[in-house]
Design a protein around this ligand. Structure first.
Ligand SMILES: Cc1ncc(COP(=O)(O)O)c(C=O)c1O
Length: 366
């Protein structure tokens, strides 16, 4: 019996499970502090603040930037509800704009028409491992005096014009849960170059107090990262570039085998971007049948995301969105399928997956 090809599985060597750094700490936050320093250096920002999840990273970024009731945040509807939920929990209103079909990312040409007197922030999401076109987005932000919060959950290590995603915005928000940098649990990070925001974020995540102080300065949360996850995160970070390279090689193998298919549209790497393929997302005809066929052959795939945010019940009922509001997002939501790119896949497994896809269409086209 062929072994099942899983979409995701932990990529850990034995040394990653050595807990001695946790037992020999000099301070209670040793691992978090070192992870933050190493992460800021890796991304190329002055500061990084470790938090408990990507959702917490977005929520705290908004609160630290004073985004709240009465404010609007422009973002995309083809992503995880964590993004728009965080905007709502901050008390603000998400305003969606449609994406570019070619790269699944925010369409900068649609930004101006979404901006009103209430707009406070733009929140581009770097989908699947590829940065959105940040220069025109930041230009519009600057013109209107808006902050830019980058969602880098799926794109740790990706480059935009040679710079790491997460270094251009007021903050960059990362998730380490089942992503290309994974801490085997929940985790997140916020990057910034603004000292005041770094200072505020540190208080917000820790009961509203400065580390070591009992005095509460602001209304706070309990949003920090555990030392255990920080320790694993540091080890994963040291291998991130190497593993992202492996993901790119896997993407190249899929693209070579599938390039002549009429049924599958392959992902495109934009000329300004270096994609890290957290997810290798194709647009496929008869997507759901294809996924079932692959699963019957023991191949797990995933789908990011089959239900656009504006058509989720919470949003449709709250804002009265109807189908057709964001046609490109709705179209790709019916077609996208994510193929495994975990770096511990074997070459023959990647070949098998690609060949099974061709087989599906060959046998279902008669
Ligand atoms: C684009 C995006 N942003 C934010 C999040 C939220 O991250 P977390 O699950 O760590 O809260 C996710 C989670 O999958 C995501 O895909």
């Amino acid at each position: 019996v062929a072994t099942r090809i899983k979409y995701w599985e932990p990529d850990l060597d034995e040394s990653s499970l050595d807990l001695s750094p946790l037992m020999n700490r000099r301070s209670p936050l040793d691992q978090c502090t070192m992870f933050e320093k190493e992460f800021a250096k890796f991304i190329g920002t002055e500061y990084a603040v470790a938090v408990g999840s990507g959702s917490a990273a977005i929520h705290l970024s908004l609160v630290a930037c004073n985004v709240g009731p009465g404010d609007e945040v422009v973002t995309v509807p083809n992503t995880c509800t964590a993004v728009s939920d965080a905007i709502l929990w901050a008390g603000a209103t998400p305003v969606f704009i449609d994406i570019q079909e070619k790269d699944f990312n925010m369409d900068p040409d649609r930004l101006e028409e979404a901006i009103t007197k209430r707009t406070k922030a733009i929140l581009p999401v770097h989908m699947y491992g590829q940065p959105a076109d940040l220069d025109p987005i930041c230009e519009v932000g600057e013109k209107h005096g808006l902050i830019v919060i980058e969602d880098v959950a799926q794109s740790a290590g990706a480059l935009y014009k040679g710079k790491r995603a997460g270094s251009a915005g007021t903050t960059g928000c990362f998730s380490f849960s089942g992503k290309n940098l994974s801490v085997l649990g929940l985790g997140g990070m916020i990057t910034t170059n603004v000292a005041k925001i770094d200072e505020t974020l540190r208080m917000l995540r820790h009961f509203g107090r400065r580390d070591g102080s009992s005095y509460q300065e602001v209304l706070g949360y309990r949003y920090g990262m555990s030392e255990l996850h920080a320790m694993i995160g540091r080890r994963q970070l040291s291998k991130l570039d190497e593993r992202n390279l492996k993901r790119r090689e896997i993407a190249g193998m899929y693209s070579r085998t599938l390039q002549n298919s009429n049924e599958v549209v392959l992902p495109v790497e934009m000329d300004y971007a270096r994609h890290v393929y957290c997810h290798y997302v194709v647009r496929a005809k008869r997507r759901d049948d294809l996924r079932s066929y692959l699963l019957q052959s023991g191949i797990e795939t995933s789908c990011h995301y089959p239900i656009p945010i504006h058509t989720q019940k919470v949003y449709a009922s709250r804002f009265g969105f109807e189908e057709g509001a964001y046609p490109i997002t709705e179209k790709v939501a019916r077609e996208v399928v994510s193929l495994p790119t975990r770096p511990n896949l074997r070459e023959c497994q990647v070949e098998t997956i690609a060949r099974r896809i061709l087989e599906f269409y060959a046998s279902h086209n008669q």
